[in-house]
Design a protein. Structure first.
Length: 148
């Protein structure tokens, strides 16, 4: 079944993408939750008109995201965590702590847009976080975990 996404859906697509999914997934989850609409002739025409009008605005947003990415490339973060004598962290470092550290530096980044290469970070050291600023613009920033 062809659908038009009204919101970003993880592991499926971004807002205004036209994707093909199984009927049950569309009819039982995506459409009732308001995440998508069926791609019929009239909705496709309206969708194309909206995309045509929005193309200029999207380019401006993408350029702003690229400028933010350039400023974030020079940023390094230091996050303090309680550690054992062997350098293991009690708990783990997550995206919330990275978002808070970025907010302290003056960058307002949503925690949902921050991912790590590693599943769990449970030791002292230097790591990299990947930040999605736009659906086409990503930046990796290094951060160091230090023991308190």
């Amino acid at each position: 079944m062809e659908i038009i996404l009204k919101h970003d859906v993880p592991n499926l697509g971004y807002k205004d993408d036209i994707v093909s999914v199984k009927n049950g997934y569309a009819l039982n989850y995506l459409i009732p939750q308001g995440l998508a609409v069926t791609a019929t002739g009239s909705t496709l025409k309206a969708h194309n008109e909206i995309l045509r009008q929005r193309a200029h605005k999207e380019e401006k947003i993408k350029q702003e995201a690229q400028q933010l990415a350039e400023t974030l490339k020079g940023v390094t973060l230091s996050i303090g965590a309680k550690t054992s004598t062997k350098g293991k962290i009690f708990g783990s470092v997550n995206a919330i702590q990275i978002a808070e550290a970025l907010t302290e530096k003056g960058f307002n980044i949503d925690r949902k847009n921050i991912t790590f290469k590693e599943d769990l970070i449970k030791e002292v050291g230097t790591f990299h976080a990947r930040i999605r600023l736009h659906k086409e613009v990503y930046v990796e920033i290094p951060f160091e975990i230090v023991g308190e």
